[in-house]
Design a protein around this ligand. Structure first.
Ligand SMILES: NC(=O)c1ccc[n+]([C@@H]2O[C@H](COP(=O)([O-])OP(=O)(O)OC[C@H]3O[C@@H](n4cnc5c(N)ncnc54)[C@H](OP(=O)(O)O)[C@@H]3O)[C@@H](O)[C@H]2O)c1
Length: 393
């Protein structure tokens, strides 16, 4: 029995992780749950899984949370100290970092430093601080297993392989809802259209990032850090069927690929149970069997990313090549611009323009946690200033 602590349990990844736990009660137990502000859903989850520790973002929400808990009493904590307790102070075997943004940074650093098994979904953390987190995991002997389907695919392909024999890795992109649109049409797409992903079911931030292809740009950066490969040896390609999630090209000309139905519960289950596999990670028999070679996987297509219509991957590669903290500027500017698009303040194509502007105007080197947090603030402020200036004109 493995005990799991989840930061971000109320989000898309967190809820799917609890689906995996629910389907495998003999294998997993929930030790701690943490969320930002969704008190009702957190209480509902806690009442079902009965963890000893429950954490909510703000101290002002703890009384509401306590009033909704129907077992107990569990310990209720809040804020960054609460997240630290969830990460390293609750005795869980595995920490699943599934919040968005940078809130879990210090908790994840401590978990890795103490040699824990960390299943990492939190993309923004890895993009901004992968140059610190990955070497820390290696030096502390921690087990860092990626949750993102593409990185999980590459991680799985690398099992038993000598990293020195890896020539390059390729991650795939579905292309999102707009891949067939012209550049002119992209100017006018709406937030509602952008949130309708054709294949994956995700939260709003990830759905929008898939529509701009920034998701793939962020994933190129993540892959570079996770697998210790320089920018030129990580590539993204469009693969509309979303069945091949990642490929590894080896020095002898062999290529390994990982295929699976596009269901996040598979890589989540893998990351929680690693090095074992979970036969019932997905309860539905049809999802487990969907990959018949005569069926959906009969014709697999791959094409290069169109960098003119979708500049996000090139922007991310440029930020990666410049080194830390540019990926943090990119990620933060993208998050802020994405929010502005969803509020109707800017056009879809402005998102990458604003990210490019933030990257071009940043001039501070720096690799420390403080430098990264400063770069994150700069990326957000740069986007807000540009939007405010446009409104004033
Ligand atoms: N969704 C996917 O398919 C997918 C795939 C690969 C990677 N990822 C990455 O995984 C992460 C989560 O994605 P998601 O789609 O699950 O996002 P989401 O649905 O927006 O959920 C975010 C979660 O983080 C929690 N949170 C926010 N601030 C917090 C804080 N200060 N303390 C504790 N929890 C906090 C939220 O709590 P509240 O609900 O209370 O606000 C929520 O539970 C992101 O980094 C994303 O890029 C997602």
């Amino acid at each position: 029995m493995r005990s799991i602590a989840i930061i971000g349990s109320t989000g898309s990844i967190g809820r799917q992780a609890l689906d995996v736990v629910r389907a495998n009660p003999q294998r997993f137990r929930v030790a701690a749950l943490a969320a930002g502000s969704n008190v009702e859903r957190l209480a509902q989850q806690a009442n079902e899984f009965r963890p000893d520790l429950v954490c909510i973002g703000g101290a002002t929400l703890t009384a509401d949370l306590r009033s909704l808990l129907a077992y107990g009493p569990p310990e209720i904590v809040s804020g960054s100290e609460g997240l630290r307790r969830v990460a390293v102070g609750c005795g869980a075997d595995v920490l699943l970092a599934a919040s968005d943004g940078m809130a879990a940074l210090h908790g994840v650093v401590e978990a890795l430093a103490s040699g824990k098994h960390v299943a990492l979904a939190n993309k923004e953390l890895l993009v901004a601080a992968g140059h610190l987190l990955c070497p820390l995991a290696r030096s502390a002997g921690a087990t860092l297993v990626p949750v993102d389907s593409e990185h999980s695919a590459i991680f799985q392909c690398l099992q038993g392989e000598d990293p020195a024999c890896v020539e390059r890795v390729v991650i795939t992109a579905s292309g999102g809802p707009f891949y067939d649109l012209t550049g002119a049409d992209l100017e006018w797409v709406t937030p509602k259209q952008a949130l309708r992903h054709p294949v994956w079911s995700m939260g709003p931030k990830n759905s929008l990032d898939s529509a701009t292809l920034m998701n793939k740009g962020l994933e190129v950066i993540e892959a570079s850090y996770l697998f210790g490969l320089p920018p030129g040896r990580v590539e993204a390609v469009i693969h509309r069927q979303s069945l091949v999630h990642g490929l590894v090209f080896f020095c002898d000309g062999s290529v390994k690929a990982q295929l699976a139905s596009p269901d996040m519960r598979l890589p989540i289950g893998y990351a929680l149970a690693y090095p074992e596999r979970v036969p019932e990670a997905v309860a539905e028999e049809e999802t487990r069997r969907a990959l018949g070679l005569a069926g959906a996987a009969a014709s697999l297509t791959f094409e290069p990313v169109d960098a003119t219509r979708f500049p996000a991957v090139s922007l991310a590669c440029a930020a990666l090549a410049k080194g830390p903290p540019y990926p943090a500027v990119l990620s933060a500017a993208n998050e802020e611009a994405g929010r502005a698009f969803l509020r109707g303040q800017i056009r879809f194509t402005d998102i990458c323009r604003l990210v490019e502007r933030a990257l071009a105007s940043y001039a501070g080197p720096g690799r420390t946690l403080e430098d990264i947090l400063a770069a994150d603030r700069f990326g957000r402020a740069s986007v807000r200033e540009a939007i405010d200036a446009a409104v004033r004109h």
